[in-house]
Structures are given as structure tokens and as C-alpha cells.
Design a protein around this ligand. Structure first.
Ligand code: 26V
Length: 824
């Protein structure tokens, strides 16, 4: 009924309460008096969902009619976290729902806490996709995301005896109110088989792929409401299911067992998210996922385009497709196949359409993360696609040869096919060749890829194809939602909440640094956030920490290049220093709580040992009476989006300390600084641009620069540069058994032995210790610190994902906002 009422009436407290109670008694089939927090959450979620669906329908209906150019964001990962709070805030319904829920006898915060995270991503790349979807919706861009609906998200991490153990994240256990199953939208996806070539009536060779098996792709739609707009975009996630036709074949052949087996194998495709980030595993199932997803998405996109009855040559005027890393690169090949084999376009006409449609974002330069697929495995799964890749490569290399004749080495380096045993398909090369724009994710990174992995391609295509799009984060989730008190203070101070859609307005806070009362409020909010985090630490780690200590945070995936190892080594150094002090000396030590969090890929042995070392150090330090509150160390288990929402607003300083040139951008650095947290970091990724925006007095920078890395590695390898003496002392302490049996940590320590320290921990060690001392000294002057903190927030406007998305829209996709009209 409420749908027929005007919005104002439908969204008053009474109507909302009715809708909640209605869902309790009908959808959930419970008595209204018999409700716990979880069923309250379910009912509130269902009521919220009704309102989302109405916006989704309105938006998609209006867009279907107007049919503007759309962008499709293809990402194997969307790390959305929780949806309810965000949806209510974006739709402007939070206050009304708060009241409704409180009046029904529940605490909204507890209700919100009952929601499980949607954790369909590993880390930065997946969360970036989620932030971009929020900005696209908020800015009224016609955009759809396409991904996979995994049954299992990123594993849950528990710490057992100091070690990471992994548990399955079966997040769909209690149903998912944030998706709309489209059981009627089913697309058949084929694999294997063989290719038949024949001549058509004009003597042109045509290829007919006769697949060996197929599965169905079923659509699930996830509505993405924009902030304070009627616009509601969509993420379409595909689920694999057995095809009826196919299991019937086996069944009719009398092979019942095989048909059941085929059915189970079909479901497997979207069963689990691969938990590696930054390492390529080469698993057949992963390649199946990639093809299943890109083929279903393209089929959907092409079907939508065909409804408009336009010419094929108009395809790039209607469709922009962004490839989030190389994972969806097969979409390039699939579109070429559809156009040539099924729509009968000429190769050249098809290829022009393809390259005008796609653009590619690179997110890493680590060699071990570069996607490669073995040719024999690929041929077995996708025989026709392999032929097309070889043809793309042939025509491409012919052009390279024309431009740069007689350079065999060049052709070898640029080839999409790597001549190894067996041959490998280089997905990054294919993505570059099939796209009209290639971008990195921060200024330094975009320059690096032009001089390293894509250097030859820059020489061939020219500079214009290779551009930068510095990452951003959504201020709605990462400030307004995660830090409501600070958001309120900013809104009061700036005289309105316009800044949430135009983050550059935060500059207005710069004048407030000299206002002592304002500074006091600012720091009180930080303290309240630290109290909240201290409670989480007590619950999760059973460690009591003082909110008056300096909170020092490093939360991100555990990886050697991110150097959590260096952080804990300096913590040990700090511990030893405190232990050697007299009582009088101790009196002037700045108390610090060092907080770690993050998952290691399950097969990444060294990263897992780092977690073990952190926990071993914590166990010793936290119970040492000689240290007391001067130093505490905690590892918060199962770091995820909703835990980040508690940690980010509560940090005084956070650590972004990757070896220069290895972290493409980083996005948590932006989240911390936006919330008035200072950072200690290297000149890497987006740290550099953060420094430029906030000024060098408000950030602690140390360590070598990207252009020095190669020389340092060389010197260490061939000139035997000795290990830093402080680092030597720390290692000796570990080897003496200060923290458990030192044998455990030997493989970790070996990574530092002279000549092997690839991530240059020794080279940066002294400057890192010095930077930490500067942090301690600066924190002692709370007045000055509060000014720095305010300046941090005030100057972070650039890092809104609204800015990033606008740049993509204008410089890559060529799409315009299409504001949805509110028809009541
Ligand atoms: C790569 C791979 C490689 C092959 C196998 C599985 C797999 C899964 C995920 C990835 C993505 C790794 C790249 C990545 O996450 N990069 C991060 O992207 C962030 C957003 O641009 C950026 O802020 C981080 O610096 C960068 O590490």
C-alpha cells in the first residue's frame, strides 16, 4: 500500500513501523513480541529493501526508456560490507528508521551489528569497486556493475595459538535481503568442445564453436542507492547452475551418476572467491569463473543494446566497459567472437568496435600478480577463444613489425603469447591491445607502468593511451556513516552537509585550526572513537588498552611488500628500548598501542609467519610489568569492512610503509587521513599525492624513493651492504628466544639475510625508527597535533571517489549523468 502513498507519507515513523511489523508477522512468520536483535534486523532490512526496490524500478524503468550511454564496471570482486545503514543514510531515511526502531524497543546500533558483511573481495581492488559504485549512483551516472555471486566470501580468520586459521564464510546462511533474484534471467554459458571451420557463400572462413558442456548463469541484482538522489544503480551478480538440457542428455544416456556430477560441477563455478591477492595461481576453476562471468555479462549487455535496434557501429556510443584489472580480459575476446562468429561482422569492423568499447585499469606491478594462462589448459576450456587470441596477436605483431621493423626482441617482449613451456597467455598484454585507454591508480603508479611493464606499448601506441586515475573513497561510508559525530561537527561548522557531495568544501575547516574550542571538540570525538575501538579490542583480543595512549594502526592484507614485518621489528626495538630504561626515563615515554589486522592468503607461508610473530610479541609485551601501559600490541582477528569502520575513525597514526614503488595506490591511507588520523608512510602510491594535498608538516615520511630501489637492491646483492645495526639487535633478540621458540621464525628472518632483503627493510630501518620518534614527539604537543589532524581532514577533498569517477566518466567512458525524475 505504501507504494501508492506519496513518499512523505510512506516514510513517516508510523508507516515505517507498520512495514517493519508487517515483515515480522508475514515474511518472517514470527509474533511481534517474540523478536531478538537478529529478527529485528531482518524485518528492518526487508522494510528498507522495499524502499530500495521501488527506487531501483523507477531508475531502471526511466533509463530503459531514455537509453543513454551506460558504463559497465566488470569486477570479480565487490567488497560491499554491510548494506543497511548505508542504504538508509543514502536514501535519507536514517533518522526516521532510528526513531521507528527505538520505539519498537530496539537499539539501532545493535540491530545494525546483526548484519553480516558481504565480503566478496580480497582487499583494495574489491573495496574500490564498491566505493566507485556508490559514487556512480550518487552522481547519477547510468552504470551497472557485473560480478559473481560467490556462496563463500573471503574466509573468516581466527587466531589459534598465534597462527591464522581459515574458516569458510558461508554468508548466505540466513538469506540475503540485499539481492533480488532474477530467476527468469538465465544465460547459457558453454565450455570445451571443438571448432568447425567452413567457407561461407563469399568464400570467407567461418568458425563454428561446438561446445562440450554448458551451465546456466542466473542473475542476482544488488541495488545501489545514490546519496540524496532518486538514482539507484545495479550490481548484477551471476550464479552458476546446471543446465536442464545438459543433465538430461547424460540422464537419457542412462548415466545418472554423471549427470549428478555435472550438476555439482556446474554449481562449483560460483562457489568460492579466490583468496589470493597479488599472486597468480593458474587454477582451471578460476579461469572458468572468469569466462562464465564475462560471457554472461557480455551477453546481457549485447541483449540490452540490441533492443535499441541501432547499428553495430553505434555500440561504443552506447556502451563503455571498464576492466577492473586483467580478470575480465576475456570479455574482449568474447565480444570479438560474438561480433565475428555470430553477428557476421568483418574482423576489422568488429575489432574497431571492441577497442572503442573497452578500457583497462591496472592495479599492481608485482610480477607474481601478472595473470597468465597456460595455452593447453586454455585451449581445452575455450578452443575458439584461443584461436581468436592468436589472431589478435598476429595482427597486432604485424603492425608492430611495420612500425619497428627487424626487432625480434621487441616482438617477443610485446607478444600476447609468452614463449615458455608450455606457452602462456599474458592477460595484461591482451588487455592493453584490446582497450582504448589504460590507467594506473595513482600518479606514481601510472608513471611506473609506463616505464616498466608497458614501456614498449607506450612507444608503440604513444603517451595518450596511458593515463592516470588516482583512486578515491566514498566519504559517505568512510566519514558520514563510520564517524557520525565528526560528520555532524563538520556539517555544523560548514553550515550544511553539501560537503558530502563536494568534498573539496572541507577546505572550509582550515580556518578552524586556531579555534581552541573547536579543537577541543575535534579531539573529544577522536577520543570517543578510541574508546569504542578499545571496547572492540577488549572483546576480540581480551587486552585492555588505554584510550589516552597513541593509537598506531596497520590494517591491510598481510604481504611482504607492505612490510608489516618491519613494523613489528620496530615494535620489538621499542620494547627493548623501554626495558633498558630507568624509571625516570620511562616517565617521558609516549604510551602507544600498536594495532595490527589483516588476512594472509592461505597459501602464503611467510605472510602467515608474520601474523604468528606479531601474536608472539604481543603475548610477551602485554604481560610485561616493566612495560605496563607504555606499550601494548594487538592483532585484531578477521579484519573486514565493518571492523574497518570502527578502526578508521579511531586512529591517531596509521602505517602505509610499503617499499617505494610497490603499493599501486592504497586506499585505506585516504580513509584514515579523511578521519583526522595522521599517517607515517613511504613515498609510495597515493601517499605522495596525500602529502601534496595536506602539506609535509602533517605527515611523517621516511625511507627510500622508488627510483632508488633498484640501486639499493643491487648494492645489497653485489656489494654486501651490512645489515642495519638496530635491526641486527632486534633479530638477535628474536634468535635468543625472547618470543617463543626462535626456530619458528627462522624462515622469516632468512628473508632479511644480506643480499636477500628484497623489500629493503634494512635500508629503510633507521629512517623508520627516526620517523616513529618524530611521531612520539609530535603527539606530546596535543594542541599542535589537533591542528595537524584538522588540516588532514580539511585537505582531503581530492580523494573522494566522486572525483575519480567523474574523471573516468569524462576522460574514458564519455558518459553523462542521467538524473532520475522523482515521480512521487
Ligand atoms: C590480483 C590477482 C592476481 C591473480 C590471481 C588473483 C588475484 C586477485 C586479486 C588481484 C588484485 C591485486 C591487485 C590489487 O588488489 N591491487 C590493489 O588495488 C588497490 C585499488 O587500486 C590499490 O589501492 C592497492 O595499492 C593495490 O595493491
Amino acid at each position: 500500500l505504501w507504494e501508492r502513498l506519496s513518499k512523505k507519507e510512506a516514510n513517516d515513523v508510523e508507516t515505517i513501523q507498520k512495514s517493519i511489523v508487517h515483515h515480522v508477522t508475514t515474511t518472517l512468520a514470527r509474533a511481534a513480541y517474540n523478536m531478538d536483535n537478529f529478527s529485528a534486523y531482518q524485518a528492518v532490512a526487508l522494510s528498507t529493501r522495499d524502499r530500495l526496490i521501488s527506487r531501483w524500478n523507477e531508475t531502471q524503468g526511466q533509463l530503459s526508456k531514455a537509453d543513454p550511454k551506460r558504463v559497465y564496471y566488470l569486477s570479480l570482486e565487490f567488497l560491499l560490507g554491510r548494506s543497511m545503514d548505508n542504504a538508509l543514510l543514502n536514501m535519507g531515511l536514517k533518522d526516521t528508521y532510528d526513531k521507528s526502531v527505538e520505539q519498537l524497543g530496539f537499539n539501532m546500533e545493535d540491530v545494525i551489528e546483526s548484519e553480516v558483511d558481504a565480503a566478496l573481495g580480497n582487499g583494495g581492488l574489491g573495496r574500490l569497486a564498491a566505493c566507485y559504485m556508490d559514487s556512480l549512483a550518487t552522481l547519477d551516472y547510468p552504470a551497472w556493475g557485473y560480478g559473481l555471486r560467490y556462496n563463500y566470501g573471503i574466509f573468516q580468520q581466527r587466531i589459534v595459538d598465534g597462527y591464522q586459521t581459515e574458516f569458510p564464510d558461508y554468508w548466505l546462511n540466513f538469506d540475503n535481503p540485499w539481492e533480488l533474484p532474477r530467476l527468469d534471467i538465465s544465460i547459457q554459458i558453454s565450455f570445451g568442445g571443438h571448432v568447425q571451420a567452413s567457407q561461407d557463400e563469399y568464400g570467407v572462413t567461418r568458425h563454428n564453436w561446438i561446445p562440450g558442456s554448458s551451465v546456466q548463469a542466473i542473475a542476482y541484482d544488488v541495488p545501489i542507492p545514490g546519496y540524496h538522489t532518486e538514482n539507484c544503480n545495479n550490481i548484477r551478480l551471476w550464479r552458476s547452475k546446471p543446465t536442464k538440457v545438459f543433465d538430461l542428455t547424460s540422464f537419457n544416456e542412462g548415466n545418472y551418476e554423471k549427470s549428478v556430477e555435472d550438476a555439482t560441477n556446474a554449481e562449483k563455478i560460483t562457489s568460492v572467491l579466490y583468496p589470493n591477492d597479488n599472486t597468480m595461481a593458474g587454477k582451471e576453476l578460476r579461469l572458468k569463473q572468469q569466462y562464465f562471468w564475462t560471457a554472461a555479462s557480455l551477453h546481457d549487455i549485447v541483449r540490452r543494446f540490441k533492443k535499441s535496434m541501432r547499428e553495430w557501429s553505434n555500440f561504443p556510443d552506447q556502451v563503455a566497459i571498464q576492466l577492473n584489472d586483467t580478470h575480465p580480459t576475456l570479455a574482449i575476446v568474447e565480444l570479438q567472437r560474438l561480433l565475428v562468429d555470430e553477428e557476421m561482422l568483418s574482423w576489422d569492423d568488429a575489432w574497431e568496435i571492441v577497442t572503442k568499447t573497452f578500457a583497462f585499469t591496472n592495479h599492481t606491478v608485482l610480477p607474481e600478480a601478472m595473470e597468465k594462462w597456460s595455452v593447453p589448459m586454455f585451449e581445452y576450456l575455450l578452443p575458439r577463444h584461443l584461436q581468436i587470441i592468436f589472431d589478435i596477436n598476429l595482427f597486432f605483431l604485424q603492425k608492430v613489425e611495420t612500425k619497428f621493423p627487424n626487432d625480434r626482441g621487441l616482438l617477443n617482449r610485446m607478444s600476447i603469447i609468452e614463449e615458455a613451456q608450455p606457452q602462456q597467455i599474458r592477460m595484461a598484454h591482451l588487455a592493453v591491445v584490446g582497450s582504448h585507454k589504460v590507467n594506473g591508480v595513482a600518479a606514481l603508479h601510472s608513471n611506473l607502468i609506463k616505464t616498466t611493464i608497458f614501456k614498449d606499448f607506450v612507444d608503440y601506441y604513444g603517451e595518450e593511451k596511458f593515463i592516470n586515475k588516482t583512486n578515491g573513497i566514498t566519504p559517505r561510508r568512510w566519514l558520514h556513516q563510520a564517524n557520525p559525530q565528526l560528520s555532524n561537527l563538520i556539517t555544523e561548522t560548514l553550515g550544511g552537509d553539501k560537503w558530502l557531495k563536494d568534498l573539496s568544501l572541507l577546505k572550509g575547516l582550515n580556518t578552524k585550526t586556531e579555534d581552541a574550542a573547536f579543537r577541543k571538540q575535534w579531539m573529544q570525538i577522536k577520543r570517543a572513537n578510541k574508546v569504542r575501538l578499545a571496547e572492540l579490542i577488549k572483546t576480540r583480543c581480551d587486552v585492555e588498552v588505554s584510550p589516552d595512549a597513541l593509537f598506531d594502526v596497520q590494517v591491510k592484507r598481510i604481504h611482504e611488500y607492505k612490510r608489516q614485518f618491519m613494523n613489528i621489528l620496530v615494535v620489538i626495538h621499542r620494547y627493548r628500548t623501554i626495558k633498558s630504561m630507568t624509571a625516570a626515563q620511562k616517565a617521558s615515554v609516549q604510551p602507544r598501542v600498536v594495532i595490527f589486522g589483516g588476512k594472509a592468503a592461505p597459501g602464503y607461508y611467510i605472510a602467515k609467519l608474520v601474523i604468528k610473530l606479531i601474536n608472539s610479541v604481543a603475548a610477551v609485551v602485554n604481560q610485561d610489568p616493566a612495560v605496563g601501559d607504555l606499550l601494548k600490541v594487538v592483532f585484531i582477528p578477521d579484519y573486514n569492512v565493518s571492523v574497518a569502520e570502527v578502526i578508521v575513525p579511531a586512529s591517531d597514526i596509521s602505517q602505509h610503509i610499503s617499499t617505494a614503488g610497490t603499493e599501486a595506490s592504497g586506499t585505506s591511507n585516504m580513509k584514515f587521513v579523511l578521519n583526522g588520523g595522521l599517517i607515517i608512510g613511504t613515498l609510495d602510491g597515493a601517499n605522495i599525492e596525500i602529502l601534496e594535498e595536506i602539506g609535509e608538516d602533517n605527515i611523517f615520511i621516511f625511507g627510500c624513493m622508488a627510483h632508488e630501489v633498484e640501486d639499493l637492491r643491487h648494492a645489497q646483492r653485489y656489494r654486501g651492504v651490512p645489515m642495519d645495526p638496530a635491526l641486527q639487535g632486534v633479530i638477535s633478540a628474536i634468535e635468543r628466544g625472547t618470543f617463543e621458540d626462535p626456530k619458528i621464525f627462522q624462515p622469516l628472518i632468512s628473508t632479511l639475510t644480506v643480499g636477500k632483503d628484497f623489500y629493503l627493510i634494512s635500508a629503510d630501518f633507521a629512517s623508520y625508527i627516526a620517523a616513529n620518534q618524530q611521531v612520539d614527539a609530535a603527539y606530546k604537543n596535543q594542541d599542535e597535533w589537533s591542528k595537524k589532524s584538522i588540516r588532514c581532514t580539511a585537505n582531503m577533498g581530492k580523494f573522494s571517489s566522486d572525483r575519480s569517477v567523474k574523471e573516468y566518466a569524462e576522460e574514458i567512458w564519455n558518459i553523462k549523468p542521467y538524473p532520475v525524475v522523482d515521480e512521487g
